[in-house]
Design a protein around this ligand. Sequence first.
Ligand code: FES
Length: 331
Amino acid sequence: MNAPTSAGADAGAHDLLRLQVRAIRLLAERTHAFELASADGTPLPGFAAGAHVDVHLPGGLVRSYSLAGDPHERTHWLLGVLRETEGRGGSRTLHEQVRVGDFLPVSMPRNAFALVPGAAHTVLLGGGIGITPLKAMAHALAAQGASFELHHCVRSPRHAAFATELRAFVPAGRLHAHCDGGDPSQGLDITALLAHPAAGTHLYYCGPAGFMQACADASRHWPAGSVHFEHFKPPATAAVPATPTGGFEVLLARRGIRLRVEPEQTIVRAIELAGLRVPTSCLSGLCGSCKTDYLEGEVEHNDYILSDDEHRRCMTPCVSRSRSPLLVLDL
Ligand code: FES
């Protein structure tokens, strides 16, 4: 996939903060923590556990990273980033080109993975660097005195990012590290763990593709609305959107502009060709940067982030399309 475009001029660009990299430290194998703060010490905006920000990297890349720190901490934001050797270049750029003292434009936090308040118990299940949003959730739940357990599945202790920090604040008996030596069958038995959900329990999981699939399979019988997850990248088993047989038209209602979206084109691209821009980051239906309300039309939702409820009113124009000849967007 091509590098994502930068945040749009029409929405969001003015919301970018210019943050300074205050510290970079080794967390685990190929994984570093990046602390971002305002240069003058101004407190950063608050965020809720599970939120992520878009970081504008040197060379024009924009990448979304979960905020891993304590949501009550306003002096800096904490990212935990695994250097992906076969990724799209974002984590490599961050590791190789960004140094302490550099300034990076960073979006305001957005949250598509928020904790549901009032759960009787919460199970947090992180695979590898998927621990980042769950660590923020653990901070929030610990501060509330809520009942929770956190499981971190890793290859070995050397691969366990934030292990020391988690031990420092997660109450005794609630933090479980599972090392599998690279063979998932030797690690946590996710099926057994999730076999009997107690009433009022909510599950949150995040991690690499195989881990996500295992969690999805093991939690299929959980009550509706009690399972929450966030993908890093489109799941390997994701259904390939049906190849459209034809294009469709999009009406940008607020501007009165009508656009043609060709069969092989995304709505985001058609909008760009008209000289306008929608804020984007992942271009994969994962981050919610481009989330847009629609007013009329039937949407073919191809994202991995919006809930059924959200699908009734909004869509992600980076990957989703229209089944009807005309789609009216609130743009
Ligand atoms: S750009 Fe990330 S969901 Fe559309």
